[in-house]
Design a protein around this ligand. Sequence first.
Ligand SMILES: CCCCCCCCCCCCCC(=O)O
Length: 589
Amino acid sequence: MALEKVKGLLPEVEVDRYFVSAVLCGSATAILVSRWVSQRRVQKKLEEAKRRRELGFQRMENAARQFKQQNPGIKAAPILSLPLVELAAKLRDGTLSPESVLYTYIEKALEVTQQINCVTDFLPECEEQLREVKKQEKGLLYGVPVSIKENIACKGHPNTMGLVKYLDRPEPEDSVIVKVLKKQGAIPFVRTNTSQGILNIDCGNTLFGQTLNPFNHKKTSGGSSGGEAALVGGGGSVIGIGTDVAASIRVPCGFCGICGFKPTGYRLSVKGTTSPVEGMNSAINVTGPMARDMDSLVLCMKALLCDELFCLDPTVPPLPFNDEIYSSSRPLRIGYYDGDGYFQPSPSMRRAVQETRKLLQEAGHTLIPFTPPRINFLVDELFTKGVSADGCSTLVENFDGEFVDVTWTNQLRCCKMPDLLKRLLALILMPVFPRISRHLNALIGVGSVKNLWKNNVDRMAYRDEFIAEWRRLKLDVVLCPALGPAFNLGYAGKLFVATTYTHLYNVLNFPAGVVPVTTVSEADEEELRHYKGYYGDPWDKRMKEAVQDAVGLPVAVQCVALPWQEELCLRFMKEVETLSSERRGRRKI
Ligand SMILES: CCCCCCCCCCCCCC(=O)O
């Protein structure tokens, strides 16, 4: 009836069935052709990028070979085995030349990346910088080759984050961090792989492929600074710079058996780095150092916290490194927890905390149980809802027109679901899988600017509550689990929520770092067979599968301090490193 009325309102036209079919077929063909054309364009760009990358590797090989031919007496092993502090001292006093160190690391980085695919780009201008450092006053990192995560700007190279759309956007200038490193005499020489779009604890993308773990090629290096962690862990770089908005320095460092430090946001500059969700402030994105030992991290922090940094980026507080706090040996009051109530730690994660707690206690510190308050609220309402406040649209847009890497398909599918479907699924899942249901609800985002402000207020209130508990127990620092051991390939992109141990400290904006303390034992593997998780849901099942078959792989702990207490946090990390390496030494005897 209604249809008849509408028809009556329309002018009488003779509809030609052939004409309609032709229009429909034409439109469908046009859509298919334009899709094919755009896919071809992406494919071509991918091939071009691959060629450029291969050319870079070729240049690395030639440069290293030429240097070796001209300097046959220089041996790689003694240079590669030097910890950063000793390497920097030898460079400064002239025992080693910057050339010998740079070309040795170029050759080693190439060897490592051929095995585990961690380098994305050679920085040929490192040869220019090699000449430059000799003209300037010797800085703290004089002649030290440094690797840089691919989202940290190096002039002339694009910050792609593994996305084809950014390939043609070379950065107009170095990021502040790279400028400061250069001022201190460092020589950035390679850039390293990330997860596609960065917001992922795996390290794979369609541009550069998957980075593998240097200790076990069936495992991921972790992400998103996974290229960096794998290169340093594999011995191809002595110091690297990563970024971390939820886990990206700490998770890959833990997976690859190295130390990594996430300072308080804004203590180091992020100018010139690309963030996974630009403009999002619910979890703070930072830059930080990654290295094989704590002394290296400390030297790097000292080098970065200099006048050049404060001058280039006046939004960074002008706080030079405080050696008095770092060198203090006063006994500490250390809060600790070995499970956060949201994601049950693997057996080795828990044992790492318990063994470290014992060592610290025996060394004269006071250990006090500490429980992070309202963990579900923190994870679902503050972190996930905060990061996806726009209903995931910024993140989803990043993937428009891209071939989506397998490490992202699962999560992207969840993000792309219409809100109504998310709500419906969340409702259905609530009685059976409440944690997954809450996560889906959080991915809907906040809905309005007013709600975002409310979310910010809630975050500040949570931070006050957390600090009040910290103060009530008179704590100096906190010891807690670091995610590990390294996941089997194919799992990290489906276990974003396992980052609760790290992302808590991005929401709070506290400094935090990871230190490897042990390796997975047969007993851990046996205990894992009985792992049920806190919820017994599909995520727990996945976690169990992800960490299986890891005997011998490194496991870290996480050390945390209050905001702006970087030096105290680093001192605590150093102490943990010393105690656990002494214990490993004792065990060998
Ligand atoms: C917009 C989708 C939100 C989904 C939840 C986010 C999960 C974060 C995974 C952690 C990735 C680490 C990234 C980093 O720290 O830089």
